[in-house]
Each structure stands twice: as structure tokens, then as C-alpha cells.
Design a protein around this ligand. Structure first.
Ligand SMILES: O=C(O)C[C@H](O)C(=O)O
Ligand code: SF4
Length: 507
């Protein structure tokens, strides 16, 4: 590897495994605000524990290492073609070494390229500048939060807030709604970048660009600075909380940018980023490729492993295969510890199981919505490198049928599921367990052995059905077999809170 490729590899590895100091400080502030012993505090403690582990072990903070997006500023005459090749070499190595999950998938066939290369991946944007050095910024933004990006075309009616016109007041309503609609799906508490103006494409680009700002900067535009602080104070009024568990902190950062639009359009574009806000940058020498300095790291922030976290002694042990009786005795809020075998399964598997048999007996089983990072050693044995939950709502059309068809007793995921699944849980005697999103190291630690895998070639690493032997995997019952759903309660309560924010502020 050349020095330039090595520097880029370092950038990818550090971005995936070592959360930036400004993001750490935002998470620490949130932790201090939540009541000790609350579900939100428990989630934040797990998150902090995970951040510490990821840094110590140099492993991905979250298993979804996202869409690698590089923003490069280079001097005039710099060879961009060669540099893009260097980026690709570094991406392939980072994937091979488990710092990135193979995430590049053909949209039509579902085929995973296996090395994160493919049409459109990675994303690389070049800009020239008058300086001599090369600046490379990288963001690894995962899919769950990307799915919660939203774009508004003003004027329009906003649920809970009424008419949003083409002014600061209308923009205020869009942003509050953007936070509301994300609920816990994108691993709240999150960060938002907002782009006002542009067209549909440049508006979103502007929104994402805001995510590269330092969280502790002040917007040079006074009106926007005021709007940013208003949103930071008031979005927390929604009480969606970490992972959508309810809580005092829902938003960790808000950065707003503006660009001209054409008269007929008025877009407000919002890029939502989970707490696992992985973005870093390096300044490198254009010829030697050596790193001259790291960006976003001027003021370091140490994190200690928290004393709290899941109280495993008080948790209810569920040994797989699980009986119907023990499932029906659980209620929303219970903390459980899974022991025995669980099976991963996400979009491809759910679609498959609707029309086919399962390769293993799932009676009494535990299905984990998870696409792990896996590495195989020389003897052929697989090891879990990162294994947090994925957003469960994508499986809503299938889940109740699959629970019923195969006799599953527990579904683990994050963000919660809808009414159809809730009815299915009640009918079949099953529960939905929420794991802490993004806590991929924390959960990888509970896997003792990989018992096997199905559909690896067919579906690729993230979508394959991995059979994992776990010892004490903690999760919280958020949907029980009696028709109760914490997710539904929080969504309803936060809608009422959103309506409280209807009155004009910037009129
Ligand atoms: O793809 C994943 O593993 C998770 C995804 O980022 C999600 O939040 O659902
Ligand atoms: S699982 Fe959560 S933390 Fe990980 S990329 Fe998705 S939204 Fe972010």
C-alpha cells in the first residue's frame, strides 16, 4: 500500500471505530440529563459502553458502516483519477479487515459486491481549492437514519402543526416534524442537517453538508443561529428519547444551511443522523500522502465505561427454544436476557420465508433483525465483529405471518413494529424485544459461537441467516403478547407534544 492509501485506510478505520469528540460530548450531555434508572438512561449507558469498546478494540461502532461518502478538497492539478483509485484500494482493505461491512448491493438482483465497490459506491465528491494540501472528509451514515431523511415542499400542511408557509415559521414546523417522524427508527437521539432552498438534489446535498459542521460552531447567519437554538431547545419537548423509549433528550444537534432556490420551489431538506454520527477528516500532503493533521479532533474527549447498564441479575432469563407460557407472562418494560441460539434475518430472509421453508427448525425460536459484520479465520470459522439490531419496521408486511408460520417466540430489533405485528404477537404468543440500536460491539460480545450460516452466497453477509449461540443477550420488551406497545404509546404522546408547538414563534 502507498502512504496515501494507508492514510485513507486510517481515515476509514478511525471513522468507523472512534466517535469524534464533539459527538461524544453531545452524548455525555444527554446522559447527564436523563433520570438514572430510566429506560433512556439505560440505553445511553449501553451506547457509551459500546463507544468505549469500539475504540479499545478498533471495531465498528455500529455494524452498519453506511454509505462511505468522501468529500475531497484538492489543489489545482491534483490527479483526482488516481486519488479515487486510492480511495477504492483503502475501502476494499477496510472491508476485508472488518472495519466496513460489505454494504454495496445491486438494487435489482440484491447481489452484494462483497467489497463495497460498485456503481455509485463509494461516493466521492471533489472540489478544487487554492491551498496546497488535500483535505479528505468522510461520513459513514447508516441506512436506518438515512431512511428517515425527509424533504418538504412549501407551502404545505404538516401533521400536528398545520399550515407551513414559505417563511422561517414554515421552516420551523418542517424541522420539528422531521424530528417527530424519525421517532426511534434512526437510533435517536440524533443529529439533523437542514438545507433550505436549492432543488430536490442540491437541497439534500446542502442538508448533508451541514453534518460536516463542528457541532460546537455557531451559525454565522443570525436568523439561522436563532432557529438552530430554538430547535435544540424545543425538539426535546417531544420526549421521544433515546431509541424512542421516551426521555428528555431527543435531539443532539441541529445545523441549518441555506442556498438560493428558483421562485417556484421552496424545499426544506432534512438529513437525519443517528447517535452513531461517524464523520472525521484528514489533511494530507498531496505528494507524500502523509497525514498532516486530523480534523474534528482539536479538543479530545475521553469516555469512561459507565457503571450502570442492564442489570443482568434482575433480568428475566429466556432460554431458547422458549415456551409460549413464559412469553405470555412478559410485559412491556421487562428486561430479558436471551440464552441459547438465535437466528439473524432481515429483508431478504423475510421475503424468502413467506414462500419457502426455513433451513432450520424455528419453533420457539428467536429471530434477530441484524446484519452483522463477520470475518472468517484461516480454519474457516466465522467470528462476529459487530452485531447490533436493524430497523424492524421494514419487516412489518411479513412479520406476523412468519411468526405464525414458524412458531417464533421472540423478535429482536429496534424502532418497534406496527399494528399488524402487534396483533400477530397476541395471536401467536410472541414478543418484540428492543435491542439498543448501534450498540454493535456490546451485542457482538454476547455471541459465544457462530453455529452456522444459511444463504450466505445467495444473500451476502448482512442478509444471510446466521445462527448465533448467545450467552446473556440483554433486551427490553417493548411490544408484548397482550396488545401493548411502548412504540405506539411514545408515538401518540409525542404527537400531542408536537401539537403543543403549533403557535407561531418566528412570525
Ligand atoms: O443495516 C443495518 O444493520 C442497520 C441500519 O442502519 C438500520 O438502522 O436499520
Ligand atoms: S443501526 Fe442505528 S446507529 Fe447503526 S447506522 Fe443504523 S441508524 Fe445508525
Amino acid at each position: 500500500m502507498s502512504t496515501m492509501q494507508e492514510s485513507l485506510y486510517q481515515l476509514i478505520t478511525e471513522t468507523s471505530t472512534n466517535l469524534p469528540p464533539d459527538v461524544r460530548r453531545a452524548i455525555k450531555r444527554a446522559e447527564m440529563q436523563e433520570e438514572l434508572g430510566s429506560r433512556a438512561a439505560l440505553a445511553l449507558e449501553t451506547i457509551v459502553d459500546n463507544i468505549v469498546s469500539a475504540e479499545e478494540d478498533v471495531q465498528p461502532i455500529c455494524q452498519d458502516t453506511g454509505m462511505p461518502t468522501f468529500i475531497v478538497k484538492c489543489p489545482v492539478g491534483f490527479n483526482q483519477i488516481e486519488f479515487e483509485k486510492d480511495i477504492k484500494v483503502a475501502v476494499v482493505r477496510a472491508t476485508k479487515e472488518g472495519k466496513l461491512r460489505p454494504n454495496s448491493v445491486d438494487p435489482l438482483t440484491g447481489k452484494n459486491s462483497g467489497d463495497n465497490l460498485g456503481p455509485g459506491t463509494p461516493v466521492v465528491h471533489f472540489h478544487q481549492w487554492e491551498k496546497d494540501d488535500v483535505e479528505v472528509r468522510l461520513i459513514l451514515k447508516g441506512g436506518g437514519c438515512e431512511n428517515k431523511n425527509i424533504q418538504y415542499a412549501l407551502p404545505m400542511d404538516i401533521p400536528g402543526l398545520g399550515r407551513a408557509g414559505r417563511d422561517l415559521e414554515g421552516i420551523r414546523k418542517c424541522i420539528l416534524h422531521a424530528v417527530y417522524q424519525a421517532q426511534g427508527y434512526g437510533c435517536s437521539a440524533g443529529f439533523i442537517g437542514v438545507g433550505i432552498g436549492g432543488d430536490r438534489t442540491t437541497g439534500y446535498e446542502l442538508a448533508k453538508e451541514q453534518l460536516f459542521r463542528d457541532l460546537e460552531d455557531t451559525n454565522p447567519n443570525e436568523s439561522l443561529a436563532e432557529l438552530e437554538s430554538y430547535i435544540m431547545e424545543n425538539a426535546n419537548h417531544l420526549e421521544i428519547g433515546t431509541m424512542g423509549f421516551g426521555g428528555k433528550v431527543t435531539l443532539l444537534g441541529c445545523k441549518i444551511g441555506v442556498m438560493n432556490r428558483i421562485p417556484a420551489s421552496f424545499y426544506v431538506s432534512v438529513a437525519y443522523n443517528c447517535w452513531a454520527f461517524r464523520r472525521l477528516g484528514i489533511v494530507v500532503h498531496p505528494v507524500s500522502g502523509e497525514i498532516k493533521h486530523w480534523m474534528y479532533r482539536e479538543k479530545p474527549e475521553e469516555m469512561q465505561r459507565p457503571a450502570g447498564g442492564f442489570d443482568v441479575d434482575k433480568a428475566i432469563v429466556l432460554q431458547a427454544p422458549i415456551s409460549e407460557e413464559s412469553i405470555r407472562s412478559l410485559k412491556v418494560g421487562d428486561v430479558v436476557l436471551i440464552k441459547g441460539e438465535m437466528h439473524t434475518g432481515r429483508d431478504e430472509l423475510h421475503k424468502y420465508l413467506m414462500h419457502n421453508d426455513a433451513p432450520v427448525d424455528l419453533q420457539g425460536g428467536v429471530l434477530y433483525h441484524c446484519g452483522p459484520v463477520m470475518l472468517q479465520d484461516e480454519s474457516g470459522e466465522w467470528h462476529v465483529k459487530a452485531a447490533g439490531p436493524t430497523t424492524s419496521s421494514r419487516e412489518e408486511p411479513y412479520q406476523a405471518d412468519i411468526i405464525d408460520k414458524f412458531g417464533l417466540r421472540a423478535i429482536i430489533g429496534k424502532g418497534g413494529m406496527g399494528q399488524k405485528t402487534l396483533d400477530g404477537l397476541q395471536k401467536s404468543g410472541a414478543v418484540y424485544l428492543n435491542a439498543i440500536g448501534g450498540a454493535a460491539q456490546y451485542y457482538a460480545r454476547s455471541v459465544k459461537k457462530v453455529n452456522g450460516v444459511d444463504f450466505l452466497d445467495k444473500f451476502g453477509v448482512p442478509e444471510a441467516m446466521w445462527h448465533l449461540e448467545v450467552d446473556a443477550f440483554p433486551a427490553i420488551v417493548t411490544m408484548d403478547a397482550h396488545g401493548n406497545s411502548l412504540h405506539k404509546d411514545v408515538a401518540d404522546a409525542s404527537m400531542v407534544k408536537l401539537e403543543d408547538l403549533k403557535d407561531p414563534v418566528f412570525a
